[in-house]
Design a protein around this ligand. Structure first.
Ligand code: S3P
Length: 172
């Protein structure tokens, strides 16, 4: 079975993925890490040197490869993965695959991301939490239609990582 974690940057896909993988004894694959390993460059470097379109093409190709894996995996996506090409349709129609949207509010995302923006090319240039809040608001508005197609939605605000992990496990 493939458990796909979906959500905006900073929504906890990687950290919740780690906890789930441990609990379920599944392999954890973080799509950004997978891309970085295959491309021998960081996401930041790929955006800078080859551009976002190149990144999105690679992201789509590696997603396809991983969705056809015949083993138990937690697949933690990048925040933009479900929103490009037909990626979300591919996730929904893949065999033995469950998608989970980790849903966080705009203020919580901004608070977390302002400290962790340096490695994220789409927001690295934003200076203040206020400006980041405005950016996320607009960006999320475009992305929610894709995220919302996930099989299950889990609200993450005001919950510990342990509680979020428990909520996800209840859905299986
Ligand atoms: C992106 C999110 C990032 C990474 C890239 C683009 C996005 O992943 O894939 O910087 O478009 O939202 P995280 O969600 O793991 O930060």
């Amino acid at each position: 079975m493939i458990l796909v974690l979906i959500g905006y940057m900073g929504s906890g896909k990687s950290s919740i993925g780690k906890k789930l993988a441990k609990k379920l004894n599944y392999d954890l694959i973080d799509l950004d890490d997978f891309i970085e390993e295959k491309e021998k460059a960081t996401v930041k470097e790929i955006f800078e040197n080859k551009g976002e379109i190149y990144f999105r093409k690679k992201e789509q190709a590696y997603l396809q490869e991983l969705l056809s894996a015949d083993k138990n995996i937690i697949l933690s996506l990048g925040g933009g993965t479900p929103c490009f090409g037909d990626n979300m349709e591919q996730i929904l129609k893949a065999n033995n695959t469950l998608s989970i949207y980790l849903k966080a509010s705009i203020p919580k995302l901004a608070k977390k991301l302002i400290k962790k923006k340096a490695t994220r090319p789409l927001i690295a240039h934003i200076e203040t939490e206020e400006a980041l809040t405005e950016f996320i608001g607009k960006h999320l508005f475009e992305r929610i239609p894709y995220y919302s197609k996930a099989t299950h939605h889990v609200i993450t605000d005001d919950k510990s990582k342990k509680e979020i992990t428990k909520d996800v496990l209840k859905l299986l």
